[in-house]
Design a protein around this ligand. Structure first.
Ligand SMILES: [Zn+2]
Length: 270
């Protein structure tokens, strides 16, 4: 819906290769670009997935992304270069008490081994790079009705102990509420009873943009399934580290933690 839309109204800087950018260069945000199919993309000198068959590509900005990010698009001997200025995100501090202690400071050796095994499985799923680009059409909300109970990026203090920032967008809703895939994609992970995440499903929405859906009470898709936008993939629950029923919705790209809520709605030309 956005291809050829918003970007045409403005006049983004152009070099040799034809490139159009849309999105929000802000910590936790992203930019979607359009160029020639198969053009090679580099971010800060790092080779990323090439532009898709429709010519779409993505750059994600970590919660703690430095302020300058160099994009290069190489296409048949032509090079487009642009340094993007990444705005600072505004993140709060959030104290949560009453979290099960073995999910805050685990000490049991068997549990620590389990956490390591689960972490390796998740890393493998996060490394997926599907050649498709459903992300380029934007996302819809994964729940029809919800209350945002925790924003992306909050510094967290769990049971009084400073913890990692919150890398998800929490959507509180009654247990059993259907979770709808916000975009098309391929399921790269689906397991119940993960120590932290409970029922966890991960979907590659294109070129390694992997969303995670946590704490589900019921999962309706399995690894390898292709899903369509709006398809029910599971149900809201409070499995894993949760103090009430909610969907923790996460998004990563090349090891960077992004705010998935910024993908809902129209994109601005950059
Ligand atoms: Zn969360």
């Amino acid at each position: 819906m956005l291809a050829g839309g918003l970007g045409a109204a403005a006049a983004p800087a152009r070099a040799a290769a034809n490139v159009r950018l849309e999105g929000q260069p802000v910590q936790g945000g992203y930019v979607v670009g359009w160029t020639q199919p198969g053009a090679q993309i580099y971010v800060n000198g790092e080779r990323c997935a090439p532009a898709s068959r429709r010519g779409a590509f993505v750059i994600g900005f970590d919660r703690d992304e430095p302020p300058a990010c160099l994009l290069e698009v190489h296409d048949r001997g032509e090079v487009f270069r642009r340094t993007l200025t990444v705005a600072r995100g505004t993140f709060g501090v959030q104290r949560i008490d009453g979290v099960p202690q073995d999910t805050v400071t685990p000490t049991d050796p068997a549990l620590l081994a389990r956490i390591r095994t689960e972490s390796a499985m998740k890393q493998e799923a996060y490394a997926s790079i599907s050649p498709d680009d459903p992300f380029a059409d934007g996302f819809s909300w994964p729940l029809k009705k919800f209350r945002n109970s925790s924003k992306f990026g909050n510094q967290r203090i769990l049971n009084g102990v400073p913890n990692r920032p919150h890398y998800g967008y929490d959507m509180a809703a009654p247990a059993g509420t259907p979770i709808l895939s916000p975009a098309g994609g391929v399921v790269v992970f689906a397991r119940p009873r993960m120590h932290y995440e409970g029922g966890l499903t991960m979907i590659d929405h294109g070129v390694g943009l992997v969303c995670a859906y946590l704490h589900q009470s019921k999962q309706l898709v399995k690894t390898g399934d292709r899903v369509l936008r709006g398809q029910t993939i599971g149900e809201v629950g409070m499995t894993g580290r949760a103090t009430g029923p909610h969907l923790c919705w996460r998004l990563t790209w090349r090891g960077r933690h992004l705010d998935p809520s910024l993908w809902v709605g129209a994109r601005r030309p950059v």
